[in-house]
Ligand binder design. Structure first.
Ligand SMILES: CC(C)(COP(=O)(O)OP(=O)(O)OC[C@H]1O[C@@H](n2cnc3c(N)ncnc32)[C@H](O)[C@@H]1OP(=O)(O)O)[C@@H](O)C(=O)NCCC(=O)NCCS
Length: 199
């Protein structure tokens, strides 16, 4: 089974070209039919350009995960804490901004493997909520998220050129990993400034 052979790694600067090419292709495959060529090209250039991607790869608030089989990348996900959605009450949240599997590989549990790893990363970093926005006319993706326990918490609008798209906002509460909390606590203690003041 393909999913058993997947290797998932956190992307580095060397993966920028793959992220740009694959991100462009998969976004085009998923939404190209719903937008004019001009609107789509303008969006793709702004979302998947080299400067932005390199910046993101150096940004501690963003994690790109790449899934490969025998050295060939076939899927990726992007987690980001850059923006918290205004409808979310929780402050400790992380967004699953993108999850894409190569068209010819969908339905083979590769997305599920990548989702599990994305959830692990969110838990390891002690976020309480993983949230995402999905196009209302993407029922397969909505079903996929529901299977992982995501629940709708509102809606939003995404504007791409002349088209406005309704998005369903979904979130999943994450169980806090006590071990990580303890480790983080000691790590923070270790980093406290040493004071020489006498009391
Ligand atoms: C959504 C996506 C990440 C799921 O990954 P996947 O590897 O295809 O999904 P899995 O094989 O792990 O799981 C399959 C389940 O996902 C759902 N699914 C979503 N898209 C699917 C697709 N194109 N083909 C088959 N199943 C799909 C089905 O509900 C299926 O459920 P089932 O196993 O009970 O039949 C992937 O299909 C994809 O990249 N789609 C195109 C881009 C997209 O829509 N991304 C999400 C943007 S918000």
């Amino acid at each position: 089974m393909e999913a058993d052979r997947i290797i998932i790694t956190q992307a580095s600067l060397e993966d920028a070209d793959f992220i740009i090419k694959f991100g462009t292709e998969t976004f085009q495959d998923a939404y190209g039919h719903a937008h004019s060529k001009e609107d789509m090209n303008a969006y793709l250039l702004s979302a998947f350009n080299k400067e932005k991607t390199l910046d993101e790869l150096c940004d501690n608030n963003i994690v790109y995960l790449i899934a490969s089989i025998e050295g060939k990348p076939i899927a990726y996900s992007k987690l980001s804490t850059s923006k918290a959605h205004r409808s979310l009450k929780e402050c400790s949240s992380i967004e699953l901004e993108r999850i894409y599997v190569a068209k010819e590989m969908t339905g083979k549990k590769i997305g599920s493997t990548l989702m599990k790893k994305s959830l692990d990363i969110a838990r390891e970093r002690n976020y309480k909520t993983l949230w995402l926005a999905v196009w209302e006319f993407n029922p397969l993706a909505v079903a996929f998220y529901e299977r992982f326990g995501f629940k709708s918490f509102g809606s939003d609008i995404f504007t791409l050129g002349k088209t406005k798209r309704n998005l369903i906002l979904m979130k999943k509460e994450l169980k806090v990993n006590i071990l990580n909390l303890t480790q983080n606590f000691f790590h923070c203690l270790h980093q406290l400034p040493i004071t020489t003041a006498n009391y």
